[in-house]
Ligand binder design. Sequence first.
Ligand SMILES: Cc1cc2nc3c(=O)[nH]c(=O)nc-3n(C[C@H](O)[C@H](O)[C@H](O)COP(=O)(O)O)c2cc1C
Ligand code: SF4
Length: 261
Amino acid sequence: MKKLVAFYFSGTGNTRYITEYLLQKLSKGYACEMVEITSPVDAKRLLSEADILLFAYPIYGSAPPIPMRNFVHGYGKLLRGKKIILVETQYFFSGDGTAALGRTIKNYGGEVIGAEMFDMPNNLADLSIFPVKNGGEIEEKIARARKRADKFAQKILNGRAHRRGFNVFSHAVGYYSQRKFWWKGEVGKRNKLKIDPAACVGRGLCANSCPVQNIALKDKKATPKGECVLCYRCVNLCPKKAITLFGKEPPKVQYKGPPGR
Ligand SMILES: Cc1cc2nc3c(=O)[nH]c(=O)nc-3n(C[C@H](O)[C@H](O)[C@H](O)COP(=O)(O)O)c2cc1C
Ligand code: SF4
């Protein structure tokens, strides 16, 4: 059986959830393995051994997240000649969030043989214009994503997967509506994480959970280091709702991830 290795990044669980679901379906045709790119793994060996690669990530401002871009650039030479599937999750829109990484992969000589986008629940918990929902409404959204994953998996197994987001129109919309502006502001946002020292009780949940170790405990207070990759995990996890990133106020409702997680 051919080997498929899925490399994923997931701030708040959506991308991990849909990737796990997809791999369950794909395991009918492939020996599947799933690897988080921010955990210590022998990526070099896995990339070399795999017959098919899958890269999965959430979209941020129509752009792939920093860890996923770094991963692809870091291992770019190993992508030459590889067949690659892209899985992107979003709240509602990215334009060409799949192709945004696909073009980089192509530059390294990889071939994108399938790409899909999945609408998943919002995790921007401190932005009141996008209220976070937990419970029934998100279950419906996730059920729709699972149906989309069923169809996509079947197409991959049949060797005829589509590449959503890979057309000129999607490219233009993704770039001009969001990514152009996102690129300009992204670096500046990395040191904007705010942790209210008065609310912080120093449990260290944020520090232990941050995928890039951007938070340290100093005198029992969580303190950011300025290298945030904007994943919103800590904002949604903090039991005291002491952490904000883009918003001015702490989150009213935190996103707790797909049901059953
Ligand atoms: C910094 C940031 C930027 C985002 N930008 C977008 C966006 O441009 N379009 C969109 O539909 N969703 C956007 N989202 C929502 C996430 O892409 C979506 O909730 C995703 O499924 C989260 O996946 P995860 O749980 O695997 O981290 C953004 C989320 C964050 C944290
Ligand atoms: S500091 Fe928080 S939002 Fe930033 S990368 Fe770490 S967990 Fe994600």
